[in-house]
Design a protein. Structure first.
Length: 180
C-alpha cells in the first residue's frame, strides 16, 4: 500500500499529466499566483492591478527557475536537466507546486509557505514606484532647465523602451523553457 504523501504526489503528477503541457502550466501558474497575490506588492505602494500582475509574472519566472534547480538537486539530476517528455514535465509541475507550498519553520513555533516567504522578499526588494509622464518620456525633455535629478526616472523609462524595441521577439530562455 502506498503511504499518504506518496499517494498525494502521485495524484498531483497524474493531474498535471492529464491536463497536458499547456493547461497544466496554466493551472500551476494560477495556483501559485493565487497563493502569492496578496504578498507580492509592498503595502506602502498603491499598485494597479496590472502592475501587480506584472510583478507576479516577474516573481514566478524566477521561482520556476529556483524550483527547477531544487528539482534537479533533490532528484540528483545533472545541472542541465530540463523536462522533455510530458511525464517529466508533469513531475516537475507537481514538484513545483509542492515545493512552493512547503512549510518553513519560523521563530515562535510559526511557519510559512516557502513561496510566500520568497514573494515577500521579492516585494521588499522592488524599488519604489516613480511617477513618470509617459508622453514626456517618449518625446524627450522640453527644455534644458529641467532638473537633472527629476530627469533620471524619465531617462530610465526611455532607455527601457529603447531596449525593449531592440530585443528579439523571443522570450527569455527561462520563459521559453517553462511558460511557452
Amino acid at each position: 500500500m502506498v503511504n499518504h504523501p506518496a499517494r498525494h504526489r502521485l495524484k498531483q503528477c497524474l493531474k498535471y499529466h492529464q491536463l497536458g503541457s499547456h493547461r497544466g502550466r496554466v493551472e500551476l501558474h494560477s495556483t501559485l499566483s493565487a497563493v502569492i497575490y496578496r504578498y507580492i506588492t509592498p503595502p506602502q505602494v498603491q499598485s494597479s492591478y496590472q502592475a501587480r500582475l506584472n510583478l507576479i509574472e516577474d516573481f514566478l519566472q524566477g521561482f520556476y527557475i529556483e524550483a527547477l534547480n531544487a528539482f534537479r538537486r533533490e532528484n540528483q539530476l545533472p545541472a542541465g536537466y530540463s523536462p522533455r517528455s510530458m511525464l517529466e514535465l508533469a513531475e516537475y509541475m507537481a514538484f513545483t507546486e509542492r515545493y512552493g507550498k512547503r512549510r518553513i519553520p519560523l521563530a515562535g513555533r510559526r511557519s510559512q509557505q516557502l513561496i510566500i516567504l520568497r514573494a515577500q522578499t521579492f516585494s521588499q526588494q522592488q524599488p519604489p514606484e516613480t511617477a513618470v509622464d509617459i508622453e514626456q518620456a517618449a518625446e524627450g525633455a522640453t527644455g534644458e532647465s529641467d532638473n537633472n535629478r527629476n530627469m533620471a526616472p524619465v531617462q530610465q523609462v526611455r532607455e527601457q523602451m529603447v531596449a525593449q524595441e531592440n530585443e528579439p521577439a523571443e522570450d527569455s530562455l527561462a520563459a521559453q523553457s517553462f511558460v511557452s
